[in-house]
Design a protein around this ligand. Sequence first.
Ligand SMILES: Cc1ncc(COP(=O)(O)O)c(C=O)c1O
Length: 482
Amino acid sequence: MELHIVIEGNKDLAGQVYRQLREAIRTGRLAPGEQVPPSRLLATQLGLSRKTVSEAYSRLTLEKLLVGRTGSGTFVNTPADARPKPKRFESRDLAAGNILAHWLKQSFPLSMRHVGPETRSQYDFLGGIPTRRQFPQAAWRQCVLHGLRQSGESRGVYAETEGLPALREAIARHVSFSRGVQCTAADVLVTNGAQQALDLIARVLVEPGSVVAVEDPGYPPARVLFAAQGAEVAAVPVDNEGIRVDLIPDGARLIYVTPAHQFPLGMPMSPARREALLVRARELRAIVVEDDYDSEFRYEGRPMDSLQSMDQDGLVAFVGTFSKVMHPDLRVGYVIAPPAIRRAMTIAKGLSDWHTPTMTQWALARFIDDGHLQKHIRRCHDIYVARREKLHAALNGDLKPWMRAVPTVAGFHLAATMTAEVDMAQLVRLARRVDVALYTLDEFYYRLKPQPALFFGYGAIESLDIEVALGRVKTILTELSA
Ligand SMILES: Cc1ncc(COP(=O)(O)O)c(C=O)c1O
């Protein structure tokens, strides 16, 4: 990219270059550490002599705004105190959008924002992060190379909004096989994660004031997203069978649920509750969003039918993601939407981002087709089985006086509700001091009063570490109870 400098007339040419560069540095357009073009190149671009540009550079160097490094070039060297402080706009400075901007800042739970390794504890029960070490990096690299080749051979035009046919085929096979979802490639819309699928569903169904029913406790990114789109979000309590269908309000247009592995409590929705939910959706003529984010990892009992496969009326949108079976920064998910909203959702996706990057789509299609995904899921499954057993052993043993695990059959987190009086904030604080990161369920509650409970993600913690960490938790609990 060329540096934007405008030369007018023939007078004071070096001065013109000097002043514009100084201004660019002062305003931060040229950032500290940034390299400026070699004098010969800038001179050619501006139609000036090299001597003129060198003169401007020399003045800036004398003023310590530029610094020359032998063998590598000339760089911006703004001293820290002279650096312009960019004005920080707060949401209250904005005229119209302030309410939403301010509200969003407050509403999104801290624990669900990006957590860098620097803020992580050695023993971390963070949720939603799959095991990383076992990922078949070499196989994935081959698939990415394939993706690069395919992208290189394409004509460099926009691709199909719905997703590449190869990936839609692969996803249709994957969900029919592992989740019994009824679909063909034509029913699949590839999205940037489950989150975009939820966004698109809301875009085509939610108007200001539309009632959207969500589970309470539930998944905050879904709830906040619906509210941000103007929905009136109705918090519906859950019991040990899943969402209380009898409490879904009249007028609900959308019902968002996590039937395979309730987020965050973990229990599956019972078959009777699933039936009742579909009956209620039919009554309301509402769309049900079935967020099936991690149920490829199943541990007990017979697999339950997905709502989508039970639905005879075209009311269920099945949302899946590769964030749990692969990794979240891949940002690929999909939705098998009911026919009534499918076309509108595709248009909404096109308006949002045209399509998901094709290179990633090619790579992922190859990864699934070559059997790497199934193999990886099997490997992770075995790892999670071991970690889950370790957690259950502690919860049913050392930690039994204080808490009880909520029964789960899938995924890689579980919740434990407290059975003894414990100061939860104090417990979390003391655990951090001994390098154990614990999470309560507080941020997942919306309208209901939070139940004292802990959320144990076991994707990011090794089996042996679980023992050490929970040993430390037991010591703290014993001291707190003394
Ligand atoms: C309930 C639920 N849905 C969906 C997701 C995944 O979302 P995405 O595919 O956008 O990464 C998560 C991740 O933690 C989740 O907990």
